[in-house]
Design a protein around this ligand. Structure first.
Ligand code: DC
Length: 219
């Protein structure tokens, strides 16, 4: 008789530049799980609309881009561009776009690629909407000032000329759009561990999450 195998899902949510991507990747490596950056799906949708000359806030254009999306078509460096982040946050506010991307995310979580026993998904609504039954949920956050400082450093490291006040204002606007939208707004699930990384480096954040996972497993 074959045993029913249920994939271990780790849901990692939080605002931009809170350190979730780095944490999710190192957690996936440490636990030998697959990793999905769900923001890249919204970014790819936003970029597809921009490339077609459309408006990312136009529900018809955005839904059609999401329904026909091939995430592997896009180069990660293009997806990280600031205008793509802005387009992503606009398409992400459209309910039909979120519905179109839901199956892909759930399928990845429950049938992780590469024969892995589970998956780490990072995003904004993984613990609340995409995988509400995930046994491990973490909401990673940091102050707006600290997240803006990290983003300025990241852009300067890439050789870009940056106006700090502009990065701060853009991040505040994106936070407001992600948290204020009617569908799947950014918020911590009731049963999530809330981890503030304002004063933690990457190793400190990973250690805190590993300790939390171990404490849950020993319960
Ligand atoms: O995490 P990121 O910056 O790559 O996300 C890009 C945009 O997509 C951001 O505005 C929030 C949105 N997003 C979302 O609404 N839901 C997710 N699960 C992931 C990202």
């Amino acid at each position: 008789m074959s045993a029913l195998v249920v994939a271990l899902v780790v849901a990692l949510d939080g605002p931009a530049a809170a350190g979730k991507g780095t944490l999710a990747r190192s957690l996936a490596q440490r636990l030998n799980l697959a990793y999905l950056d769900t923001g890249s799906l919204y970014r790819a949708t936003g970029l597809a609309v921009l490339e077609a000359g459309g408006d990312p806030a136009d529900p018809k254009a955005a839904e059609s881009a999401a329904r026909t999306l091939d995430p592997s078509r896009y180069n990660p460096a293009d997806l990280r561009r600031e205008e793509v982040a802005d387009a992503a946050s606009k398409v992400a506010a459209i309910p039909a776009v979120r519905a179109a991307l839901l199956d892909f995310q759930r399928h990845f979580a429950h049938h992780p690629p590469g024969g892995k026993a589970g998956a780490v998904l990072d995003g904004r609504d993984i613990g609340t909407v995409v995988c509400p039954d995930a046994p491990i949920k973490i909401f990673v956050t940091a102050s707006l000032e600290e997240r803006s400082r990290r983003r300025v450093k990241e852009l300067r490291d890439k050789g870009e000329t940056v106006i700090e006040a502009r990065v701060f204002a853009d991040m505040a606007a994106r936070d407001a759009r992600d948290s204020g939208r009617g569908v799947a707004p950014l918020k911590a699930a009731d049963d999530a561990l809330v981890l503030d990384t304002s004063t933690l480096d990457a190793e400190g954040a990973l250690a805190a999450v590993m300790a939390y996972i171990e404490s849950k497993q020993n319960r």
